[in-house]
Each structure stands twice: as structure tokens, then as C-alpha cells.
Design a protein around this ligand. Structure first.
Ligand SMILES: Cc1ncc(COP(=O)(O)O)c(C=O)c1O
Length: 406
């Protein structure tokens, strides 16, 4: 019988029999950088964190009380796998408004953040060794989710107006991917947005080669300038599986996202979801429902985020224009959280991370966003999380690191 701390520490299992997939998983560099970000004085442009001082705390407290009054024990009880019906209705209504189409609750599956949406899609569609076509660079978390089911990747260059269509078609012919995975709005990591023309061309490819499009869209509602582009769903209808999340427009701690897809896909996704975790957190689903129904998210909070994040983006870009050496270039996103910096050839950005942290500023090196890890000239900066003052100081520190390295 175990009785003491010493007993608990004794090595009983000499070698834990982890699965090959688990052993093969690499730590996400962003989570690793988050660990060092508690260093005093460090200005952290690394994580994907929204600005904490802008979380709608008071409105969420009020929504929590209203939810308890209205829904009582249902908030604390097991729920159905698809998610709270009223929340799915509210999401379908919001989507209908944004996408100018008529959606109903039955095409919505609630997920624990869109990261779980990626996991469910990976498990619903991919067998080990199956290819996924991605932009190059692409969202690191999608690679992690698809890696877990043994996916391989074929990629096409991401240009200012979206993926290179000719390269994408060549890759499709060569590798016969099962899914086209894209982040068309204010992409993570590059901050770039796919043009309407390219969206049409991608839908054409999807139809021609019969490959579903996964439209991962956490940032679409955070637009600060420029023109809205038509959504993939508007153009591609049922060929498109859309992922959404409330992480960036409400709070990531809620862990509420969704998958929107046609009924045939929903059925399989629901079964995979059921075997994964039965259902997402019902408690936060009801609070979110009350918050959406109050009108405060759409009428007040999102406009507030757009105004403030837009200003922070402008501050960062202004500082970069002033401070960075001329050979360093960067994207100018119309929305979202991130911008993407490119250094001259022959520079290893990964090697700059330690000097940058020593200088009191953190970024994410771009290499892990490349499915084949074959490009080390870029870095990602989050322009939303830090105050204007910290943005100014952080960019000065980063500029010095660049100047020392070049
Ligand atoms: C493109 C993209 N997809 C999915 C996610 C996951 O978000 P969450 O699981 O918090 O909804 C993120 C988070 O940064 C992201 O940038």
C-alpha cells in the first residue's frame, strides 16, 4: 500500500508505454515561449493572447447571473453532443447575418475551441499517411492536430492575396490531398487575407478534384480596415467546412468554438465528438448564449475590439517603419492579431530568439509554421496583446536585436 511521499516517488514503471504518436509530438513553441514570458520586464509579442484588459468581464458576470436565473440546473447537467440548441441557433443566426445566407442550428456542432474542431476533422477524415494541402506558412496548431492522426502535408506558397493557385493545383495533382486547409482571413501567422478571386479559384479546385475546403476563421470578425471579402461558404456552399470560435472575440478561457458543415458531415463529426468528450462545457455555452442574446457582443464589444486593436496595429507598424533596418520587411494586416516579419536571406531567426529574450522582448520564430520546417527567415508578432507603450518599447528592443544580427 502507498503510504508516504517517498513511496509515491519510487520508480515502479521503468518505461512508460506511451504510444508512438504521443512520443512523436513536439512541444508547441508558442506554449514553450509562454513559459519564459513571466520573466520580469519581458514584452511578449509571442503568444496568440487577446488583450486581457479588454475582456468583457462585467457583461459576462451579468450574463452568468441571467443564465442561472433562466436555465438553472440545465447549466450544470450533461448536455447533448451537438451543443446547447439555443446557442447553436444564435450562432446560425449570427452566421446568416455575416455570410448573407440562411443557416439553421442543425449545421452547427459546438466544439471546445476551434482547436478541437481541427482535431475532430482530422479524426473524421484522415488516415495515417493522408495528405492535407496547406498554405505555406500555415497555423501551427492545425499541424499539431493533424499530426496526431499521422497526416502528411503538401503546401503552396502564401502570397499577399492568398495561396498560389497554380502551385496548389500542381500539389493536388501530385499528392492527391484529402483536405484543403486554409485560414483565409487575417491568417495566422502571416496576417494576410485571401482575395475574392482566389477564393473563387480555390472553390473551383475543390469542385474539380472533389476535395473539401476547411475554412478556419477565428479572426474574420476582427477587421480594422479594407473591404470584407466573400466567405468561402458563400462561394463554395457544401464543399466548405467552416470553423469558428469565440476565443478572440469573447475569451479563450470559455473554450467555445464550432464547426459548420452540411448534415452528412455533421453526423460523422458528432459521433467523433461524442467518443472524444461527450459534449463541450455546457456551463460556458449558456453564459455565452446569454451574452450574445444581450446584444452586447455585436453592438458594443466587437466594435470596441476593432477600434482598439486597429490602433495597436497602427502603433506597431509606425514603430517598425521608424526603427527596423530597411532590409527587414513586414505585412500590414487588415485585421486579426498577427503580423509577419521577413528578414534577409542567410539569417536564422530561430537563433535570434535568445538574444531577443535577453533584450526583453519575445516573438515566435516562423519555422514551425512551415509544415516541412524549411524556412527560418520569418517571425510572428502579436500586435493586440500589449499596451501602446509596451509596443513602442518592444519594437525598439527588437530593432536593436535585428541591427546587431545583420
Ligand atoms: C487559425 C487558428 N485556428 C484555430 C485556433 C484555435 O483557437 P481556439 O481553440 O482558442 O478556438 C487558433 C488560435 O490561435 C488559430 O489562430
Amino acid at each position: 500500500m502507498v503510504t508516504t511521499v517517498a513511496d509515491l516517488q519510487e520508480t515502479v514503471i521503468k518505461k512508460w508505454p506511451f504510444s508512438m504518436k504521443a512520443v512523436g509530438l513536439e512541444a508547441n513553441i508558442i506554449r514553450e515561449i509562454l513559459k519564459i514570458s513571466s520573466r520580469p520586464g519581458l514584452i511578449n509579442f509571442a503568444g496568440g493572447l487577446p488583450a486581457p484588459e479588454l475582456f468583457p468581464e462585467t457583461d459576462l458576470k451579468l450574463a452568468t447571473n441571467r443564465a442561472f436565473d433562466k436555465w438553472g440546473p440545465a447549466m450544470l447537467q450533461y448536455s447533448i453532443t451537438a451543443g446547447v440548441t439555443e446557442l447553436r441557433e444564435a450562432i446560425a443566426k449570427r452566421m446568416s447575418r455575416h455570410v448573407h445566407m440562411n443557416f439553421t442550428a442543425d449545421i452547427i456542432q459546438i466544439t471546445s475551441g476551434s482547436q478541437q474542431g481541427l482535431d475532430l476533422i482530422g479524426r473524421a477524415f484522415l488516415n495515417p499517411g493522408d495528405y492535407v494541402l496547406t498554405e505555406r506558412p500555415t497555423y501551427l496548431g492545425a499541424l499539431q492536430a493533424f499530426n496526431l492522426v499521422g497526416a502528411k502535408y503538401c503546401t503552396a506558397r502564401l502570397e499577399d492575396d492568398g495561396i498560389n493557385i497554380e502551385e496548389a493545383e500542381e500539389q493536388i495533382k501530385k499528392y492527391n490531398p484529402k483536405l484543403l486547409y486554409l485560414v483565409p482571413n487575417f491568417q495566422n501567422p502571416a496576417g494576410l487575407t485571401t482575395s475574392g478571386e482566389k477564393r473563387e479559384a480555390i472553390v473551383e479546385l475543390a469542385k474539380k478534384y472533389q476535395i473539401p475546403i476547411i475554412d478556419d476563421n477565428p479572426y474574420g470578425e476582427l477587421r480594422y480596415s479594407g473591404e470584407r471579402q466573400p466567405s468561402f461558404k458563400e462561394i463554395g456552399g457544401n464543399a466548405v467546412i467552416q470553423l469558428g470560435t469565440f476565443s478572440k472575440i469573447v475569451a479563450p478561457g470559455f473554450r467555445i468554438g464550432f464547426i459548420a458543415a452540411c448534415p452528412e458531415v455533421m453526423q460523422t463529426i458528432e459521433r467523433v465528438k461524442q467518443s472524444t468528450d461527450l459534449h463541450s462545457n455546457a456551463f460556458s455555452q449558456y453564459i455565452l448564449l446569454e451574452y450574445i442574446e444581450s446584444g452586447r457582443l455585436d453592438d458594443y464589444h466587437i466594435p470596441l475590439l476593432c477600434e482598439e486593436y486597429g490602433k495597436r496595429r497602427d502603433t506597431m507598424i509606425e514603430m517598425m517603419e521608424q526603427e527596423f533596418p530597411r532590409e527587414v520587411t513586414f505585412t500590414r494586416p487588415e485585421g486579426g492579431l498577427f503580423l509577419w516579419v521577413t528578414l534577409p536571406e542567410k539569417v536564422s531567426v530561430s537563433d535570434m530568439l535568445n538574444p531577443a529574450v535577453e533584450a526583453g522582448v519575445a516573438f515566435v520564430p516562423g519555422k514551425p509554421f512551415y509544415p516541412h520546417g524549411d524556412n527560418d527567415r520569418h517571425l510572428r508578432l502579436n500586435f493586440c496583446n500589449a499596451s501602446h507603450e509596451k509596443i513602442r518599447e518592444g519594437i525598439k528592443r527588437l530593432a536593436k536585436v535585428f541591427k546587431d544580427a545583420l
